[in-house]
Design a protein around this ligand. Structure first.
Ligand SMILES: Nc1ncnc2c1ncn2[C@@H]1O[C@H](COP(=O)(O)OP(=O)(O)O)[C@@H](O)[C@H]1O
Ligand SMILES: C=C(OP(=O)(O)O)C(=O)O
Length: 403
């Protein structure tokens, strides 16, 4: 946690006073499964009034940072500040990008970019003054980590970094990043300044691009689509992804899931409250929304393959540089997504997923199946209002799949 939190200076510590919030972490000591409603030996309990959190039955460090993140999802909106489950970076020209996404969709990987300054990889706030990181460190997944594909994360693993659940040779102290015998969810927790181009303090102006990451295991969402405001809200509230083997226990193969605001586990208010704040801020500051599929192409999980990280990076580069905004687009059926026809460094044929499937009928069936899942998931939101009248919510519902 020391690595992950914003570390106070000695002067700040001198006048620290009493803590605002206390975490009691009992590590492996389990909770009592005979307690009413307790379904597991692991529990994370929070008392907002007493400002305390109790963690029982888990040694996963992520529970502490994500527990505090839930707290921020309660405290920040009360002050008119939007809490974001997103990575964030800033270009040399001052353009800020947010990377929303569930675990494993690429927030850490894509916000850590050698050509840009890192503001943070996971938890941010968007206030009247711009964006700021809640944390002071990163928590990178390191399963199958390679120097070639993720050089900045690789180089951040040095003295002072805490490696969690990795397997290493005790004599030579060499880590085997491919070893999944403890868990797939191996982690490296390092202070953000271990990334050479981190922006310290971790703050920036209002975002120019809002990138929604989805790891689509069905392989039918385009690698990138440009979204209008209603589509951005529709996909933000839906929070679709495939959970891949990794952070959550028991996931052996990609499983479609919807997690409102890309963070159902952390939000404390109704999802439409956060969506309304995001819509208002994006509109006010002229931010563009994008949907980036970091999941499958050429077929669903099992027949297709995961989109190459190198291609996703080129897509993200084109968003940052502004060239993608000026590209030519076609509109795809069912989801009505705007797909660019060309991106430098990315084979044009993969931009429209239909081209990558050899079995066109299977593609159409899968597309309709996913569209149906989106519709069903969204049913519970259609009766809510966003903003003063119901106009935006009507536009948002209409921005979903249409068939
Ligand atoms: N096309 C892709 N885009 C992004 N990440 C990818 C891609 N293909 C494979 N990956 C891998 O998926 C994982 C994404 O995890 P991470 O960036 O930690 O996600 P998050 O921070 O959203 O939890 C990394 O291990 C990364 O190497
Ligand atoms: C730490 C977590 O977030 P992420 O996997 O997105 O890094 C988590 O969900 O446990």
């Amino acid at each position: 946690m020391h690595n992950m939190c914003i570390r106070p200076t000695p002067e700040e510590l001198e006048n620290f006073g009493t803590p605002d919030f206390t975490i009691y972490n009992a590590g492996q000591f389990p909770c009592n499964r005979y307690t009413h409603y307790m379904t597991s030996s692991t529990s994370i309990d929070m008392n907002l009034d007493r400002r305390e959190m109790v963690i029982l039955g888990t040694q996963y460090a992520g529970e502490m940072k994500k527990g505090l993140f839930s707290l921020m999802h309660y405290l920040m909106p009360k002050r008119g500040i939007l809490s974001l489950h997103s990575g964030c970076n800033i270009g040399k020209g001052g353009d800020v990008a947010l990377f929303f996404g569930l675990s494993g969709t690429g927030k850490t990987t894509l916000s850590t970019d050698h050509n840009r300054y890192l503001i943070g990889d996971d938890e941010h706030c968007w206030s009247e003054n711009g964006v700021s990181n809640i944390e002071g460190g990163c928590y990178a997944k390191c399963i199958d980590l390679s120097r070639e594909k993720e050089p900045d994360i690789w180089n951040a693993i040095k003295f002072g970094t805490v490696l969690e659940n990795v397997v290493f040779d005790e004599h030579y102290r060499e880590v085997d990043y491919t070893d999944k015998s403890v868990t797939e969810n191996t982690r490296a927790a390092y202070p953000i300044e271990y990334i050479p181009n981190a922006k310290i303090p971790c703050v920036g102006p209002h975002p120019k691009n809002v990138i929604l990451l989805a790891c689509d295991a069905f392989g039918v969402l385009p690698p990138v689509s440009k979204l209008n405001l209603a589509q951005t809200m529709y996909h933000f509230i839906s929070g679709y992804t495939a959970l891949v083997a990794g952070t959550e226990d028991g996931i052996k193969e990609p499983t479609a899931t919807f997690s409102a605001c890309f963070g159902a586990a952390f939000i404390m208010l109704h999802p439409t409250k956060y969506a309304a704040m995001l819509a208002e801020k994006m509109k006010k500051h002229g931010a563009t929304g994008w949907l980036v599929n970091t999941g499958w192409s050429g077929g669903s999980y099992g027949s297709g393959s995961r989109i190459k990280l190198a291609y996703t990076r080129k897509i993200i580069d084109a968003i940052h540089s502004g060239t993608l905004l000026k590209a030519n687009y076609t509109t795809a059926e069912v989801f009505g997504l705007e797909i660019p026809t060309e991106i430098e460094g990315v084979p044009s044929e993969i931009l429209n997923p239909e081209n990558t499937w050899s079995d066109k009928k299977a593609y159409k069936d899968t597309l309709l199946k996913l569209g149906g899942l989106f519709k069903k998931n969204f049913e519970v939101f259609t009766n809510y209002k966003i903003g003063a009248d119901n106009k935006l919510m009507e536009e948002i519902v209409a921005a979903g799949p249409n068939f």
